[in-house]
Design a protein around this ligand. Structure first.
Ligand code: CU
Length: 179
């Protein structure tokens, strides 16, 4: 009686030990993933007095013709600059758009004359506001990959940045590119 009990108990504690080891490895792997995700997504590019922070895009459903592009621009200089144009390989063209509410309906329109980056200021391109729009996608951006695009500023010149592609639902439900 007591002999078989001990045997069973021994097996259980062995199982528990293995379970704990596996849990430890899982936590370690998750920590590594977290660190590498930070390294990939907290990326920054510099040109002249401008810092381009974390360019990112969203994965698109099959057949989608457009994708958004988002980042921040910080101007550390003492004179304003202006984002004039964008070029890329992933789509036929890239436009600068602005979202706004017109008669209670969310609309977006191309920004004409470029986007001013004030001296000492920071402008965010984000879902629901200013954004890039990659129009005429040649392929669907996939979550986890990066694609490059070149931004041209009036004073700072051109800089090629990498857009990190995040999940389709990133930044919550504001689907500004459904058309
Ligand atoms: Cu748009």
């Amino acid at each position: 009686m007591s002999h078989s009990f001990r045997a069973r108990f021994g097996r259980n504690s062995l199982f528990l030990r293995h379970f704990e080891e596996r849990l430890g490895i899982t936590v370690f792997v998750l920590a590594l993933l977290f660190v590498s995700a930070q390294a990939v997504f907290a990326h920054e590019f510099k040109v002249g007095d401008l810092e381009i922070g974390h360019p990112w895009s969203r994965a698109t459903p099959p057949g989608a013709k457009v994708a958004g592009g988002y980042f921040t621009v910080t101007n550390t200089g003492s004179s304003p600059d202006r984002l004039l144009s964008i070029s890329c390989d992933i789509s036929a063209k890239a436009e600068l758009h602005e979202m706004g509410v017109s008669d209670g309906v969310m609309t977006m329109r191309p920004v004409t004359g470029g986007l001013e980056i004030p001296a000492g200021g920071k402008v965010a391109l984000a879902p629901g506001g200013y954004h890039l729009m990659f129009v005429g996608l040649k392929r669907q951006p996939k979550q986890g990959e990066e694609f490059s695009a070149t931004l041209t500023f009036e004073k700072a010149g051109t800089v090629t940045v990498d857009f990190a592609v995040e999940g389709m639902g990133e930044m919550g439900g504001m689907d500004d590119h459904a058309n």
